[in-house]
Design a protein around this ligand. Sequence first.
Ligand SMILES: *Cc1c(COP(=O)(O)O)cnc(C)c1O
Length: 385
Amino acid sequence: MTFAALRRLKQELTRREEQSALRRRRVLDSAQGVRIRMDGQDWLSFCSNDYLGLAQHPALVAAVQAAVVRTGVGTGASHLVCGHHAEHEAFEHELAAFVGLPAALSFSTGYLANLAVVSALTGRDGEVFADRLNHASLNDAALLSRANVHRFAHGDLAMLERQLAASTRRDRLVAVDAVFSMDGDVADVPALLALCERYDAWLLLDDAHGFGVLGEQGRGVLSHFGVQSPRIIYMATLGKAAGVAGAVVAGDETVITWLLQTARPYVYTTAAPALLSAALRASLTEVAAADAARSHLAVLIDRLREGLRARGWRLTNSRMPIQPVILGNNEAALDVGKRLEQGGILVPVIRPPTVPQGMARLRISLSAAHSLADIEAVLSVMGAA
Ligand SMILES: *Cc1c(COP(=O)(O)O)cnc(C)c1O
């Protein structure tokens, strides 16, 4: 049985396949880590965002095992009906204290958290100002909000200021990745905050890649810059350095209450399992105590950058565990990716439209669970390529 709409999907998929643009999933058959088993093969992986190596940490596993007996598995309802468990509640308080903000609210994913914040704080009367290199979830959030959207060139605060100065709507929100997910650079938060103060705008900071890595004890980008303001809405994802799943939004009490009352991606979804909050509480303890892991990560980053630069590769100025190697054209990037694979090393190859045209790259993600020998293994293949 076939019909026109189905035929169109098949044609489009075939076209993608012919252009080697069809995405496919590999099947992981081990815990997440730097040494994984996937598609029946052993790999040294530079793919995950598990920057501190907490995804399979014994303290987190033990927290889940202990919690499941008390909490069961499913929550059965949204937070506002009867799904909000004492574990969620305790985690929110602990997280808010950890990042130095008055209140926090948990979400099932960072994607949903971004949808929630942008659509609850802006709307038809609003304007969203977004960096061009923001994560897809912030772009989708702006669309969902129905606000007027202005995108400014990456890091171009003069352009942002012109857009803010020309704004005529009532509710203004500036949204940026605190650490850009494909380039690894850190947003100039103090300058962004100054603009938000001058033009009376909210500042949404998506710290998906900074939480656990930046700042004192891994408290994130606010601690890194030492900034505080009731204008800041802080979002951290918890499936990356925190090693678990979900996300949290933290900020002023009034903002958090407003989200709880009005944010549809909060209200109309089932609460994530409380056992995950138990794991997250254990994770907060581990993140705070991970100074040695963060120092080791910094050593790995320096060694990788120095080694790649010496071999003539083009890097970005990232000081973060996200280390892109810019190849430019897709074929070159795929070729180097394939050579690494032949050496048992997995590094994601990122192509447009995820990154701008002509900016295809390898995106090497480092973890504190890597050793210097793992870095040398990458450098040895990259030296020959
Ligand atoms: C991963 C990521 C998200 C989405 O978070 P999930 O919890 O994976 O849904 C949002 N923003 C940025 C910058 C990210 O890297």
